[in-house]
Design a protein around this ligand. Structure first.
Ligand code: ZN
Length: 72
């Protein structure tokens, strides 16, 4: 499971580095490198938001334009 594929399956849902690392079975250090790189590629967004998984306000990565979030 890659970060890109994981996020594409839940468009608009922000996930933090820790939850992404857990979901992809990699270390948090590795995941921070991946999210920093992926965050530069549209339509991925790297923002401060509430993680959809652990509900912490933190730096997250999401796929899509955020319409799902604004409707929630
Ligand atoms: Zn999280």
């Amino acid at each position: 499971m890659t970060v890109r594929r994981l996020l594409e399956q839940c468009p608009g849902e922000p996930l933090c580095d820790a939850c992404l690392a857990f979901a992809c079975s990699v270390s948090l250090t590795e995941m921070r490198l991946v999210t920093a790189a992926v965050g530069h590629d549209a339509p991925f967004r790297r923002d401060s938001a509430i993680c959809a998984s652990c509900r912490r306000q933190t730096t997250t990565l999401a796929w899509g334009n955020g319409d799902v979030l604004s409707e929630a």
